[in-house]
Design a protein around this ligand. Structure first.
Ligand SMILES: *Cc1c(COP(=O)(O)O)cnc(C)c1O
Length: 398
């Protein structure tokens, strides 16, 4: 099938929640993907930060084949060997002692929200039910996580939203102090706000949240669905910023392309979710956790967080250099391999021209083109991406 014929069939039979698109991607290899018409693209969108090892990484392919021939699914009525192995890797390389596996980022955050509420009820004060979240956050699309997502356009039409959330302003500790009261149970925050515009935490902000949480007996949870598993230059984003949370939600890079999420916490809190309190039929099934184990092993063995740090610096310097020639370039946002080039004004036809020239990216509301290339990206790929961007900027300058 061609791009056009796939599009025709998809628009007929798939709900139109994602809007109109032009490309159907049908095959991938490393940092590159091919559309249905056979055209090749440098994939710097990386499945929205999921394809941390690129496309069809040989170790993932080998694991998928092996596990498909062994065991796909059994349910959590039984212990699952690859699940235990994947959990060990997460625990050995983070503050956490225990992990719960689920299927997506939203579901991981749902688990964290339940953990925060039940911890408050069991261990602090049953009247404490509210969770502080931040303007421009993104935590998912289920009813609870979309309520935690403080971007009004995602709420429209879905009222009544879930009760139990208070809103503060990212990078503004006074705004957090202002909403803490005798009902507050915890704080949920992205270490770097991704979908809300790639907003880095200012120095002291996450530290300040940690202090406020400690002073007020609140749980501090990080939504690391985007920042986790190497992307910011450390295995976990909180390690990059040097602030330890009480719970972390993961997904995206965790499976390198298979649908998997997880949340994790320390032993003292893990017992809050005792038998019967939480479950997921597919959660951590043998197929996805076998791949997860392979992905995490590869990230750790090949020091991909280190590569993300080095390549992120190189990429960000190269993007900043474009600002010397092109006035519309405002700056670079993000950290490691969560990066965006921000323009003073809408770059207009540049975005589409970049894609047509073979580089996948996406424009966010704040005139920022976002990039999350694979964690094993090489400097030659970055040079290629910057050259495409530069050619498009030159073409549309003035
Ligand atoms: C993508 C994302 C989510 C939602 O993940 P889904 O798998 O789409 O449910 C939640 N939080 C953050 C920070 C994300 O980037």
């Amino acid at each position: 099938m061609s791009n056009a014929s796939i599009k025709e069939q998809a628009t007929r039979y798939i709900m139109n929640t994602y809007g109109e698109r032009d490309l159907a991607l049908v095959r991938g290899e490393g940092c590159y993907v091919y559309d249905a018409d056979g055209k090749r693209y440098l994939d710097f969108l990386g499945g929205l930060g999921v394809n941390c090892l690129g496309h069809c990484h040989p170790r993932i392919v080998e694991t998928l084949k092996r596990q498909a021939e062994t065991l796909l699914h059994v349910s959590n009525l039984y212990y699952i060997e690859p699940q235990a192995k994947a959990a060990l890797l997460l625990v050995e390389n983070s503050f956490a002692d225990k992990v719960f596996f689920c299927n997506s980022g939203a579901e991981a955050n749902e688990g964290v929200l339940k953990l925060i509420r039940k911890h408050a009820k069991d261990n602090v004060d049953p009247n404490r039910t509210e969770i502080i979240v931040f303007k421009d956050s993104f935590h998912g699309r289920t009813l609870a996580t979309v309520t935690a997502t403080r971007q009004p356009r995602y709420h429209e039409g879905f009222a009544p939203m879930m009760p139990g959330f208070r809103e503060a302003v990212f990078n503004d500790l006074d705004s957090v102090r202002a909403v803490i009261d005798d009902k507050t149970a915890g704080i949920l925050v992205e270490p770097i706000q991704g979908e809300g515009g790639i907003n880095n935490p200012e120095p002291g902000f996450l530290e300040g949240l940690r202090e406020l949480a400690d002073e007020n007996q609140l749980l501090l949870a990080f939504d690391e669905v985007h920042t986790g598993c190497g992307r910011t230059g450390s295995f976990m984003g909180y390690q990059t910023f040097g602030v330890e949370p009480d719970a972390v939600a993961l997904a995206k890079s965790l499976g390198g392309g298979v649908p998997i999420g997880a949340f994790m916490t320390r032993a003292s809190l893990a017992d809050v979710l005792c038998p019967g309190t939480h479950a997921a039929t597919f959660g951590g099934n043998p197929l996805v956790t076998a791949v997860c184990e392979t992905v995490l092993t590869t990230i750790l063995e090949e020091d991909l967080p280190g590569n993300a740090r080095r390549m992120g610096e190189y990429f960000s310097e190269s993007l900043l250099k474009l600002g010397e020639t092109y006035d519309n370039v405002m700056g670079v946002r993000g950290k490691g391999l969560i990066l965006g080039i921000q323009f003073k004004e809408d770059p207009g036809p540049v975005t589409q021209d970049v894609i047509d020239s073979g580089l996948l990216t996406y424009k966010m509301a704040n005139n920022t083109l976002r990039f999350h290339p694979p964690l094993n990206v090489e400097s030659s790929h970055i040079d290629e991406a910057v050259a495409i961007l530069e050619a498009s900027l030159a073409k549309h300058a003035g």
